[in-house]
Design a protein around this ligand. Structure first.
Ligand code: ADP
Ligand code: MG
Length: 763
């Protein structure tokens, strides 16, 4: 089974996505398919032995769509190829061409619509004696000009709508273009019949009234709306393009002892790359020689340049400041962090938010229901209306209502409401260093009322240092440290780094360790020179049953320091204290979370007193200490069963199960080694204040979506009965199809611009 995402060409409305989905599902070998109208992408899972993208594309071509099947594949591609692979630049070019074509058609139609509006207004004013009746010659001239203008508008500008009608007749597939096609064609054909057979029809109907102006104006408005919508939709997706443009085009590589400039696609693993002052880092790698400060803001959002020395990781797209250095390429092409970020943003923008389900359901049944309502309306006018107003008048009103209902009922705005806001929201997040996995996560985040934070690395910097040594044995202090460091060398915990670094700085030798075992949430054990040692917290010592006066460590833990106790099976040999600093931004972030009505709980495996001290420094409400990773999971389940919506922010390494259990898992990426896949949200640069921004972004996006849905529904709920003439008997209101066209165009335009507003808001 293969899963691929393709750009879809030719989609013009929300119901197109369900049409394409249904068509693909019928194809043998297709397991699942999701088509997103907002991003114009189709995600298809299929069996490559039974079908292929080209065959799939042929299935939808008669319906007016096609798949763009990329040819470039996998690693080591140039920027353009990479973009092509992601379906970004390529489709952007095509979309631009489409927008230019739409614009020229709209521009040609606007003068015609203006003339029609002028004639229409004159006629109305003359009827109320507010303007002189048009002279015979002028009137004849205009009334012959109208059919010509209507013919051009309908067949040239309105071609997509006529094609929609044609596809409906041919394949039975209706979409919103079909509705507009039927509506405007009806007005046109009726008017044409009146013009052609004026004398024959005169005894039956009012031949002084034609609807050419309706055809012209409605098509112009809708084409204008579609053009404005397409233009703004181009803007909603520009976050990805900006990310792509971050990529360096070339790299200066050492080949056979010489510096050679090669395309970034040609860089291979292990290549030594020379970085001069001000140069862009072309791929991911590790510094091999020299050092410099690098501006990583484009991938981490961190504005301060970061120092890089031999052994440090550098990532593609970041910019060197004034130093120069050489690094070894470790990740190229689609393996780089930037490529992962782009892929993730793309996927998230194309994913469907749960809130969209309702809109999808409605727009898929909308078209047939609208057609039915339109015909019912016409029928009602002809039957009931004829009795009250006479046939001629009833036919006239019936036609107006028929066209009006078809035009106003377009579910376009409904289909655009959610995806456009999601695209803008996810893109805005990416710019701030907030990577969102999918639309569902973004949606869930705004409901979060409890945030659980890990202490080490989330609230604190996560780089503890050894600050105190208490030797309680007859070993020399260096020997004690040697044993400790030997054991800690095997551990990944931040505490371990503190001890190993301390030993290394003082050139204290490490011994070899056997039977190493890590004890979850407590510490570790191992054998050095034939002796079994235990290293860990007070809980570990208590479990061992070794006597230890715990009050000895109280003095330190009260200051927020963490004890690491070394013991054998029988004795405590001593302990060291490690201390970590609170991140500068932590305190403000907690204040801001509180302002958003979110309770913050610190969950840590650390000592309770130490944890409480750290919590009080930053203003955290609640501390749960001495918990194992498994307990963290249980604690989250507990909160969830109390009806809390819980987000968990952690380092994503030993917190993975808890991150998965939380409603929203937030990984604190350190910028270079991001665990992108494990969490719903990754905060690049490991900055907790971004969590506040992420919550605000979620609230902003959800508010945008709700406003969009509200307006899209209101247009239809009020518009359809109004256009059908339901209020005519009561208030004498009958909506002109011209206004229906205007309203429908405005509804789409207002939804897309409302989504774009999210971009401008500060978080
Ligand atoms: P946290 O991520 O909150 O620190 P852990 O479950 O990773 O939680 O660790 C819990 C506690 O176990 C630590 O605070 C520390 O006291 C002890 N511990 C874990 N690993 C080590 C280690 N390698 N050396 C010493 N103590 C450790
Ligand atoms: Mg941890």
């Amino acid at each position: 089974m293969r899963t691929e995402t393709y750009q879809v060409k030719g989609m013009h409305c929300a119901s197109c996505s369900s049409t394409i989905e249904k068509t693909f599902k019928k194809v043998e070998g297709v397991e699942s398919v999701k088509v997103n109208y907002g991003t114009e992408k189709a995600k298809v899972s299929f069996d490559p032995s039974k079908t292929n993208p080209e065959a799939l594309s042929r299935q939808i071509e008669p319906l007016g769509y096609s798949l763009l099947v990329p040819t470039a594949r996998e690693m080591g591609m140039s920027v353009d190829e990479h973009a092509a692979h992601l379906g970004v630049n390529q489709s952007k070019k095509e979309k631009l061409a489409e927008v230019v074509d739409m614009r020229s058609k709209v521009v040609s139609a606007i003068p015609l619509a203006a003339v029609s509006i002028f004639i229409m207004s004159w006629d109305i004013l003359a009827r109320y004696n507010a303007a002189p009746v048009m002279g015979e010659v002028t009137s004849e001239f205009f009334h012959h000009l109208l059919p010509l203008m209507a013919t051009y508008t309908l067949f040239v500008v309105g071609k997509p709508y006529l094609l929609g009608f044609y596809r409906f007749l041919r394949y039975g597939k209706a979409n919103m273009d079909t509705l507009i096609g039927i509506g405007t064609l009806t007005a046109y054909l009726y008017s044409l019949a009146v013009t052609a057979f004026e004398e024959v029809l005169k005894p039956f109907i009012d031949v002084s009234v034609t609807y050419y102006d309706v055809t012209i104006i409605v098509i112009t408005f809708i084409a204008l709306g579609k053009y404005l919508e397409a233009r703004s939709k181009l803007k909603t997706g520009d976050a990805i393009e900006k990310l792509l443009n971050l990529q360096a085009k070339t790299a200066l590589v050492m080949r056979d002892g010489k510096e050679v400039e090669v395309g970034v696609g040609e860089v291979k693993h292990g290549d030594l790359i020379i970085i001069k002052p001000g140069a862009k880092i072309p791929v991911d790698g590790v510094v091999a020689e020299g050092s410099s400060f690098i501006d990583e803001s484009m991938v981490t959002g961190e504005s301060m340049p970061v120092q890089k020395k031999v052994g440090d990781t550098v990532v593609a797209a970041t910019i060197n400041t004034s130093g120069s250095f050489i690094f070894k390429a470790t990740k190229v092409g689609s393996e780089t962090l930037l490529a992962h970020i782009i892929q993730m943003v793309e996927d998230a923008q194309g994913s469907r938010a749960p809130i969209q389900a309702l809109a999808d359901k409605i727009s898929s049944v909308f078209v047939p229901i609208t057609l039915a309502i339109a015909f019912l309306t016409l029928g009602a006018w002809l039957s009931i209306g004829t009795g009250l107003l006479g046939f001629s008048q009833a036919l006239s009103y019936g036609l107006v209502s028929f066209v009006g209902v078809l035009v106003i009922a377009c579910p376009c705005a409904l289909g655009l409401a959610t995806p456009t806001a999601i695209i803008v929201g996810v893109g805005k997040g990416a710019k701030e260093g907030i990577l969102i996995k999918d639309a569902a996560t973004l949606e869930k985040l705004h409901k979060v009322d409890t945030v659980i934070v890990d202490k080490t690395g989330t609230i604190t910097i996560g780089k503890p240092t050894l600050v105190d040594i208490q030797n309680m044995s007859n070993l020399k202090s260096d020997e004690l440290i040697s044993v400790l460091a030997s054991l800690e060398k095997k551990s990944e915990h931040p505490i371990a780094h503190a001890i190993v670094n301390y030993a290394q700085e003082r050139n204290i030798n490490a011994e070899s360790v056997t039977d190493f075992e890590s004890i979850q949430g407590k510490g570790l054990k191992g054998v050095v020179n034939g002796v079994t040692y235990y290293v860990g917290n007070a809980k570990l010592i208590k479990d061992l049953g070794v006597s230890f006066d715990a009050s000895k460590i109280d003095l330190f833990t009260a200051q927020g320091k963490t004890p690491v106790i070394l013991a054998t099976q029988d004795n405590v040999l001593g302990f060291v204290m490690v201390a970590d600093e609170v991140k500068t931004e932590s305190k403000q972030a907690i204040v801001d979370l509180h302002k958003l009505g979110i309770k913050v709980v610190m969950l840590t495996g650390d000592d309770e007193k130490a944890a409480k001290h750290m919590a009080s420094l930053v203003g955290i409400d609640d501390v749960i200490a001495h918990v194992s990773p498994q307990d963290k999971l249980e604690k989250i389940k507990d909160l969830q069963s109390q009806g809390k919506v819980v987000a968990m922010a952690g380092d994503g390494v030993n917190d993975a199960p808890a991150l998965a259990q939380a409603d929203v898992g937030i990984a604190m990426g350190t910028g270079t080694d991001v665990a992108i896949e494990t969490a719903g949200i990754t905060l690049l640069g490991g900055d907790i204040s971004k969590l506040v921004k992420a919550v605000k972004l979620s609230k902003l996006t959800m508010r945008g979506i709700k406003q969009n849905l509200f307006w899209a529904f209101i247009y239809n709920i009020v518009g359809i009965p109004l256009a059908a003439g339901l209020f005519y008997p009561i208030f004498g209101w009958l909506l002109s199809p011209v206004f229906a066209g205007f309203a429908m165009a405005m509804s789409s335009v207002s939804v897309v611009s409302n989504s774009l507003r999210i971009k401008a808001k500060t978080l």
